[in-house]
Design a protein around this ligand. Structure first.
Ligand code: XCC
Ligand code: SF4
Length: 627
């Protein structure tokens, strides 16, 4: 039986730090996402194909996928309409999640500028000025705070402005802008596109799948070149633009003799304050008085990525590690903000001493302790949270500890600014390496984990294949955490790259897989590809670059994939979206889009075949460019 559990653990994940915990969980009968997925099987076939509609109370309606009756919902909607509506509804939710996060950061920037949130300072004044310039604000003789106030208001206006223009959209290369303008899908504002999606999917509004999907692209662009980019830029202004640093990753970053606090979710606003609170002398003294040797913070998912990129805080794991971290028995508090947090962590925590502490008014978790974050009292809330964790330390059940050894080392912090600096100030050295063939191309690998895929396997396999074939990998989100755990993110990892890429990495002292941040920081990848296209005076779609989401699960990933495609980057998906119930929608997204936005989606579940296909597509682009 013991062997059986070990085998099962190895089948679930390639992350060696979590395998012993999965095994222990199996022995103890603790339910995790893998068990819950099993219990869902067989998952609803109509749902998987996207042909179930619950949009109104004449339904729910289902279309027969074999061509028998019914072929229409009660209102007359066809499979094409239903599939397209369902997809852009998902997309709009994802865009809303990113953008609402962006708005909150801007609100804190505004409050910091108007002395309503003293704890926050403006860290990157240079970036603040550059952004103010971009927005056409006068900067001479204006104080930093006044500038931050004016800028945050100006950007916040773009959420619902009636003027119809997003400033960051101007960052696109001219050729791409001209194409998107011609198609009529330049985003007008952030909220407007999301709201219009919600309007269009109501019964009896937009029934034309092409028209629906076209607006989906516009909504996605309002996320990529809008809400997400705003989140990235405002976070940089407040907390600093990332630059390369070293840290550690995997569940072994949890410490046996310290108070462990995990910071999970997406928004860095409160967790930045917790990083400070955990360094407070009195807090450390209290931890010692409680029998610990100190306070240890570890990130998870994208809150983790934000703290890693700027503060070097280690990361315990990605999305499928969240329940397992608690099952180590060593976590005093798991502090959550929002997005990608399993409601189930409260149940798992119930089997241990871990306190789940929710902090966002818009994300409550029944069974968790709620300690609401507000910018003006952030310092106090952060201190109270750390205190709560310290007090929980003696409740640890020592006989249930299961902390793995050997955390992996990694480097992160590759903002576009940092990358340019490493390149000596311009994209030329990178372009030269691409032209000479030393670097064959680049792939942005992003996105989540999904228990339908062996944890981290698809991410790591694709990355290993690509770098071995001299393809530079950049990325964000849980994909990058997978890469770090697999040892692909040290400068020495260049050994795993093909000779051309290896030489470039060694010359620059960078790894072959570059961590560019959290999911909203996919906007950094957009800025990078725009800069490359501008330098070559081509469209983004001419570049030998691709996107890939090998293990995606989230509605946010639907939006990310779509704004990459709309920006001219073809995107690989390791799991099919729920569109196969409509041949028309499937063919538009996987082929038809090529003639519209010169990029499309392709689905390939086998990581090796996916890597082959990406390399082939990169070579096609190179040939077309004449390099
Ligand atoms: Fe969530 Fe951002 Fe996906 Fe990870 S990668 S599972 S969205 S934490 Ni964005
Ligand atoms: Fe059925 Fe149409 Fe209502 Fe959807 S919108 S549930 S297809 S009647």
């Amino acid at each position: 039986m013991a062997n059986e559990f070990r085998k099962q653990a190895e089948n679930r994940s390639i992350d060696e730090s979590c395998q012993p915990i999965i095994e222990a969980g199996l022995k103890q009968g603790i339910e995790t996402a893998w068990e819950r997925l099993e219990k869902q099987k067989p998952q609803c076939g109509f749902g998987q194909l996207g042909i179930c509609c619950t949009n109104c109370d004449m339904g729910p309606c289902r279309i027969d996928p074999f061509g028998n009756d019914p072929q229409k919902g009660v209102c007359g909607a066809t499979a094409d309409t239903i599939v397209a509506r369902n997809l852009i509804r998902m997309l709009a939710t994802g865009a809303a999640a990113h953008s609402d996060h962006g708005r909150e950061i801007l609100e804190v920037l505004y409050e910091a500028a108007t002395d309503k949130a003293d704890a926050y300072t403006i860290t990157d004044v240079e970036k603040l000025k550059a952004l103010a310039d971009e927005y056409g604000l006068a900067t001479d003789g204006i104080s930093t705070k006044d500038l931050a106030k004016a800028l945050s208001l100006k950007i916040l206006e773009e959420f619902g402005t009636i003027k119809g223009k997003l400033q960051f959209y101007e960052r696109l290369p001219e050729k791409r802008k001209a194409l998107l303008n011609k198609l009529g899908i330049a985003p007008r504002s952030v909220d407007r596109e999301i709201v219009e999606t919600m309007h269009r999917v109501h019964m009896g509004v937009d029934n034309d799948y092409i028209n629906l999907l076209t607006h989906g692209l516009r909504t996605a662009l309002s996320d990529g070149w809008g809400g997400s980019m705003m989140a990235t830029e405002a976070s940089d202004v407040l907390f600093g633009t990332p630059s390369p640093l070293s840290s550690q990753v995997n569940l072994a970053v949890l410490k046996q003799d310290q108070v462990n606090i995990i910071l999970h979710g997406h928004n860095p606003i409160l967790s930045e304050m917790i990083v400070n609170a955990a360094m407070d002398k009195d807090a450390v003294a209290k931890a010692k008085a409680m029998g610990a040797t100190g306070i240890n913070l570890a990130g998870m998912c994208c809150t983790g990525n934000e703290l890693l990129m700027r503060r070097g805080v280690p990361i315990a794991g990605n999305m499928l590690n969240q329940e397992l971290a608690i099952m180590s028995g060593a976590v005093e508090a798991m502090v959550v903000d929002y997005q990608c947090i399993f409601p189930a962590i409260v149940d798992v925590a119930g089997c241990f001493h871990t306190q789940v502490i929710s902090t966002a008014s818009k994300a409550k978790f029944p069974g968790a302790t709620h300690m609401e974050f507000e910018p003006h009292s952030a310092v106090q809330t952060a201190a109270a949270i750390v205190d709560q964790a310290i007090e929980n330390f003696p409740n640890r059940k020592k006989d249930r500890l299961c902390i793995p050894n050997n955390p992996a080392d990694w480097t992160a912090g590759f903002s576009v600014e940092a990358l340019l600096k490493a390149l000596g100030g311009s994209t030329d050295p990178l372009l030269d390496a691409i032209k000479s063939g030393q670097i064959r191309g680049a792939v942005g690998i992003v996105g989540c984990n999904n228990p339908k895929v062996k944890h981290d396997f698809a991410h790591v396999r694709i990355m290993e294949r690509l770098i071995a074939d001299n393809v530079l990998v950049v990325g964000t989100g849980c994909a990058m955490i997978a890469a770090g755990k697999a040892g692909l993110m040290m400068p020495e990892s260049a050994e795993k790259a093909g000779p051309g890429l290896k030489a470039v990495c060694q010359a620059l002292g960078i790894p072959p897989v570059l961590h560019m941040g959290s999911c909203v920081d996919c906007s950094r990848i957009l800025v990078l590809v725009a800069a490359l296209a501008k330098a070559l005076d081509v469209d983004i779609s001419d570049l030998p670059v691709l996107g890939s989401a090998p293990e995606w699960y989230s509605e946010k990933a639907v939006s990310i994939g779509s704004y990459f495609v709309a920006s001219g980057v073809t995107v690989h998906l390791g799991l099919s979206p729920r569109i196969l119930g409509s041949k028309a929608v499937t063919s538009l997204l996987t082929q038809g889009l090529e003639s519209v936005v010169k990029a499309s989606f392709f689905v390939e579940t086998d990581p090796d075949k996916a890597a082959d296909a990406m390399i082939e597509k990169i070579d096609q682009k190179r040939k077309a460019l004449g390099i």
